[in-house]
Ligand binder design. Structure first.
Ligand code: DOR
Ligand code: ZN
Length: 346
């Protein structure tokens, strides 16, 4: 069995850095192992204009650990008031890499999101024209729809009609969690890709309730049945260029997670590469890890893969990782997968 693996430095195509004290504390968890990351815009208030994105990027860069050559790639939060000209200017100037669609009310800080995609049609058409990718949080928000069905119903009732109405729009289904999502992506050869998170490859919905309620496994979209997890794993290890890593690392301080109404989000940046090596080893597909983590996303976004590399090393004893990250606002618990890990980044 391979005991060392060197791959191009990975990119994280979906991360939440937050702002202020939390941002300063979590940045190094990403910059140590990743060359670039696509930074989600759901701050309070959200990153909605080019100026917001430029200012947020500057705050991130000013907080990067010394000597880091990490590149944050920025997104705009799509609202019903988004100005297509501002979006185009932001893209053409290099200030943003993608626009993020949150259905209003779908998840953390999504109140300013979109209630009806018809209302953002002019922006979507402009994006299709200029080749600017749309990252989609793919869940319907109707509270009467079962939470485990919201992704599948979104694909049928929102995503597919939107793509048909907007030919040429480049779409990324973010954090796909179902077999339905995997099949939808596999059956469309153009302008469609999906990110898969670390945790959705490792937990199913049973893990949320194993021996009691597990707030640190709660995220949105929520983990689904085992057969969905297996479909995600098969897609991730397949080498298919339409699937790539977006950790959806989403830090919340423990007080906000371990609460009567806990926030959604799993913080996994620091141990994602250990987790992924474990998953790919279990699947007999370590040779596909580089495609998933370092090549496929760059190709879809039209950028060259990193010139740098990282090396992962396997040990027989399980590796330990830092359980919590301290911030001025409180501790943040790192994703604790329900299996031993044997790989670490050297
Ligand atoms: O679990 C999640 N947390 N899902 C999201 O879509 C948002 C994220 C967050 O920002 O906390
Ligand atoms: Zn997210």
């Amino acid at each position: 069995m391979a005991s060392e693996l060197t791959i191009r430095k990975p990119d994280d195509w979906h991360v939440h850095f937050r702002d202020g004290a939390v941002m300063r504390a979590v940045l190094s968890g990403t910059t140590e192992h990743f060359a670039r990351a696509l930074v989600m815009p759901n701050l309070v208030p959200p990153v909605v204009t080019m100026n917001d994105a430029v200012a947020y990027r500057e705050r991130i860069v000013a907080s990067l650990p010394d000597g880091s050559d990490f590149t944050p790639m920025m997104t705009l939060y799509l609202t019903e008031a988004t100005d297509a000209d501002d979006v185009e200017r932001a893209y053409k100037s290099g200030a943003i890499t993608a626009v993020k669609l949150y259905p209003a009310g779908a998840t953390t800080n999504s109140d300013s999101g979109v209630t009806d995609v018809a209302r953002v049609a002019p922006v979507l058409e402009r994006m299709a024209e200029i080749g600017l990718p749309l990252c989609v949080h793919g869940e319907v928000t109707d509270p009467s729809i079962d939470i485990f069905d919201r992704e599948a119903i979104f694909i049928e009732t929102v995503l597919d009609p939107m793509r048909q109405r907007t030919p040429g729009l480049r779409v990324i289904m973010e954090h796909v969690t179902t077999e339905d999502g995997v099949r939808y992506v596999q059956s469309h050869s153009e302008n469609l890709a999906a990110t898969i998170t670390t945790h959705h490859l490792m937990i199913n919905r049973n893990h949320l309730f194993q021996g009691g309620i597990r707030p640190h496994f709660f995220c949105l979209p929520i983990a689904k049945r085992e057969h969905h997890r297996l479909a995600l794993r098969a897609a991730a290890v397949s080498g298919d260029g339409r699937f790539f890593l977006g950790t959806d690392s989403a830090p919340h301080v423990d007080g906000a997670k371990e609460s009567a109404c806990g926030c959604a989000g799993v913080y996994n940046s620091p141990n994602t590469m250990s987790c992924l090596a474990q998953v790919f080893e279990e699947e007999g597909a370590l040779d596909k890890l580089e495609a998933f983590a370092s090549l496929n996303g760059a190709a879809y976004y039209g950028v060259a893969p990193s010139d740098e590399t990282i090396t992962l090393k396997r040990q027989d004893d399980s590796v330990s990782y830092q359980a919590k990250v301290k911030t001025e606002d409180g501790d943040i618990t790192v994703f604790d997968p329900p299996c031993d890990l044997h790989w670490s980044v050297v």
